[in-house]
Design a protein around this ligand. Structure first.
Ligand code: SF4
Length: 732
């Protein structure tokens, strides 16, 4: 393993050991609560559509809304400052602090103030800045970094927090690891800070242009206290937080709680129109000021810091719709293993963190953790504003690749006919896996023998970062296409096209054969399309141009079949996800629509055309454990496979993990091997059947590989279609 990859692997292992357990427990619980809450929200999709429309409109009208906000806040008696960047924002805030002779500032939770690092800037002037959010307070006392967008101390247990408080703070007596006592202790300390502060600084979940109001959505009351206890209030918000009107807040107030924490609504939803008219308060004299809030001062700092450029960037623009609920991080299997200390950049964490970091801090910061997104797409359905997070990660990966030096390109020139400059050898290897598979399939026995030898594994590890602990998939002696071409198929009333994906063709032809036999047994005549890689492999490496070229060729071939009235049946879920989702970004709108409407996953297709009669007379006594594929779940197709297996007489138990951890090439990469295994082991822990008593089946090739690896199985894990074909064979 190269030194760079080893360093990355060591760092991931360290974070996994330190943070993994607490992060995993909390994020998994949050995801369960969110899913339960969303199941009780029949209008979830309408709310998402509404929220998305508000954000699209607000970002489109942003320059005009900034001006409207300035006018409204000015009319209310406050001041708006639009800061170009972090330094500009900090200079303005420091100037306000100087004018106020401020010695201390209290802050409510705000990622935007983390982004500009205001605490450090104020410290340069001798001004103390104190966090009042419990999690942020813990992090500040510990001298640590937040590990999650909404749960900054998520990586710490009650024991850790007690140890930090006892070590760092002057406590009268040793604090126990009791969350209630720790919270009460922190509340008292924070309360004192708020009483003595000269300035209160908040963020803003939303800024309302028409009224100059700010909305604060929290589960602690400290934001309210911070905003109104000191005479001077500074709110710092990214310009993307502006919405046109109070009515536009409606969907967000519901969604942010449901997707973020699984609550129906957060404990506090505050709509303030500062400067507020609550009387000022002098705690030393125990006096209230005049009615009407005389003596109050309000500054709204609207931060650009790269956001206007993101607005003009068609691929990063969507990032500005993010309401920072954290659901994408909670639902991400890799994030569940390492948390934001590894899956995050200078400020922002999780799947959407890549978009924020790329736009705000630049590609170096985004590139540090971008590869941890495997594009599994499980985050998308929990995103309240429907952001295509995997696509943002792919585009950023592409940009990071292009910054590379391509030093060792000569090693793969000719073998990897990709369109990108700069992508490293590992990405070029996995992105061009079709080319390597074609070469290996010429002499499958020799290739399989070589792939198992230590010198060959060492070469793959040294140059392409393939982990030596993994075995590459074995080439089949015969390809699926070779088998198909030699046989005489059945004639049928209707012709259906099977797409021979790369893995079915070279490594697992049995599932292709089962697909053909199953379709023929249902009366279809089967043809196959050109055996071309769909573009999934390069796309997953961030090689967008290469993927686009492949997508155009595959689409061209498949559209020819569709023109002749044929449906396309796909076996590998990740390829179906290409045709149904990713091709929208890669081929023309018209071609995408036609193709996405005519492609079907094999189980989905068969389930639509079969009933129990097709499987009658079958003795049904087999239990199966079925693992659906992450992208298959995102396409809402798990249920069809389960239903079909049940129709065929199988008693089905399913896994419930978001992802098996293999995620195509991810689990083969030496720097990610351990996190891949950790995710896989989490999945296995959730399996509540004895593997000795069941037949395991998986839809995705890499999921099957992961199962075989984790269980040490010598035999191949079958695709569900193989079980179905077996049942039909038993009947005949
Ligand atoms: S991208 Fe979506 S799910 Fe992730 S934090 Fe933003 S709003 Fe929430």
């Amino acid at each position: 393993m190269s030194r760079k990859r080893k360093k990355k692997a060591d760092e991931l292992r360290r974070v996994m050991e330190e943070d993994g357990e607490a992060i995993g427990d909390t994020t998994r619980l949050a995801t369960q609560l969110t899913e339960a809450r969303l199941a009780m929200t029949p209008d979830y999709e309408e709310l998402r559509d509404e929220a998305r429309a508000v954000k699209e409109n607000a970002i489109e009208r942003l320059p005009e809304l900034i001006e409207e906000t300035k006018s409204a806040v000015g009319e209310n008696g406050g001041t708006v400052y639009v800061a170009d960047d972090a330094e500009d924002a900090n200079d303005y805030i420091r100037e306000v602090a100087r004018e106020e002779d401020a010695e201390s500032v209290v802050k409510s939770k705000s990622m935007t103030t983390e982004e500009i690092e205001i605490n450090d800037a104020l410290a340069e002037d001798g001004v103390d800045a104190w966090e009042t959010d419990l999690g942020e307070y813990v992090i500040q006392v510990a001298g640590d970094k937040p590990s999650h967008l909404i749960g900054p101390a998520m990586h710490l247990s009650a024991e850790d927090i007690a140890e930090i408080f006892n070590r760092e703070l002057d406590t009268d007596e040793e604090l126990p690891a009791n969350p209630i006592e720790l919270t009460a202790f922190a509340r008292d300390r924070v309360g004192e800070k708020i009483k003595n502060a000269d300035i209160g600084m908040t963020g803003a979940n939303f800024v309302v242009a028409e009224s100059g109001s700010i909305a604060l959505v929290t589960n602690e009351g400290n934001a309210r206290k911070t905003a109104v206890t000191p005479d001077t209030h500074i709110a710092v918000a990214g310009i993307e937080k502006i919405v046109p009107s109070v009515g536009d807040l409606d969907p967000f107030v519901e969604l942010i709680a449901k997707t973020g924490t699984g609550q129906n609504i957060t404990s506090y939803v505050s709509l303030l129109t500062p400067p507020v008219d609550t009387p000022t308060v002098d705690f030393e004299k125990d006096e209230l000021g005049e009615e009407g809030g005389e003596g109050r001062d309000f500054h709204l700092v609207l931060l650009d810091n790269g956001r206007m450029e993101m607005r003009d960037d068609p691929d990063l623009r969507e990032t500005l719709y993010c309401i920072r609920c954290g659901a994408c991080a909670n639902t991400c299997a890799n994030f569940q293993s390492v948390g934001g200390h590894a899956f995050g950049g200078e400020t922002y964490t999780g799947g959407i963190g890549t978009g924020w970091e790329a736009g705000i801090h630049g590609l170096d910061s985004a590139g540090e953790f971008n590869d941890l997104c495997t594009g599994c797409s499980r985050c998308v359905e929990n995103c309240p504003v429907k952001i295509d997070i995997p696509w943002i990660n792919t585009v950023v990966r592409d940009r990071v690749n292009r910054e590379g030096d391509g030093n060792f390109d000569f090693l793969v020139d000719g073998l990897s006919p990709d369109a990108e400059d700069g992508a490293d050898l590992q990405k070029r290897f996995f992105g061009n896996v079709e080319r390597f598979a074609k070469l290996g399939a010429v002499f499958p026995r020799t290739s399989n023998f070589l792939a198992d030898t230590r010198p060959f594994k060492a070469v793959l590890s040294r140059f392409f970062g393939v982990d030596t602990r993994r075995d590459l998939p074995e080439f089949s002696k015969d390809t699926f296409v070779g088998w198909f071409d030699r046989r005489t198929g059945d004639e049928g009333d209707e012709t259906v096209v099977v797409y021979p994906d790369l893995y079915t063709n070279y490594f697992s032809p049995e599932r292709g054969k089962a697909t053909v036999l199953l379709l023929e047994s249902l009366g279809y005549e089967v043809v196959i399309s050109q055996p071309r890689e769909s573009g999934r492999a390069p796309l997953s490496q961030g090689m967008v141009e290469t993927s686009r070229k492949r997508a155009e060729k595959v689409a061209d071939d498949l559209l020819g079949h569709i023109e002749e009235g044929r449906d396309i049946v796909v076996i590998e879920p990740s390829d179906l996800a290409m045709f149904r989702d990713d091709y929208e970004k890669l081929i023309s709108d018209e071609d995408y629509e036609t193709l996405s409407e005519s492609t079907y996953e094999i189980s989905e297709y068969v389930e639509n055309v079969t009933d129990e009669e097709d499987f009658e007379d079958i003795e049904a006594d087999t239990d199966v454990l079925y693992h659906s594929h992450c992208q298959q779940r995102s396409l809402d197709l798990e249920a069809q496979t389960v239903s079909l297996l049940e129709t065929a007489g199988y008693d089905v138990t399913t896994t419930d993990a978001e992802c098996c951890g293999m995620a195509g090439s991810f689990g083969y990469k030496s720097e990610y091997y351990e996190i891949s295994v950790d995710v896989g082991e989490q999945m296995m822990e959730g399996v509540n059947v004895d593997l000795e008593d069941v037949t395991v089946t998986a839809s995705g090739t890499s999921c099957a590989d992961q199962f075989e690896y984790l269980t040490g199985s010598e035999s191949e894990i079958p695709h569900p279609v193989e079980l179905l074909a077996e049942r039909l064979r038993e009947r005949s």
